[in-house]
Design a protein around this ligand. Structure first.
Ligand SMILES: [Ca+2]
Ligand SMILES: [Ca+2]
Length: 80
């Protein structure tokens, strides 16, 4: 990933905090479902969990900030 402007990082940090409802610093499947509903439209529940798995690079079962960053970029560009 190339250099990301600070403003963009701040924006995505804001999105992360918005979807991290319990503020534990990670996006769990429940929280991720809200994100997909807002941005991805009509993904089925089983698709949502497989999307999360695809982006869960360190395989800890939820999205960390870096992973969230990657997924948000893809969702917003409509490539999912
Ligand atoms: Ca959380
Ligand atoms: Ca992870």
């Amino acid at each position: 990933m190339g250099a990301i402007p600070e403003k963009e990082k701040e924006r995505i940090r804001g999105e992360f905090n918005k979807y991290d409802k319990d503020s534990d610093g990670r996006i769990t499947l429940d929280e991720f479902e809200h994100l997909v509903k807002d941005l991805g439209g009509n993904a089925e529940p089983n698709q949502v969990s497989s999307i999360l798995k695809n982006f869960d690079l360190n395989k800890n079962g939820h999205l960390d900030f870096d992973e969230f960053f990657a997924i948000l970029t893809v969702l917003e560009s409509g490539q999912l």
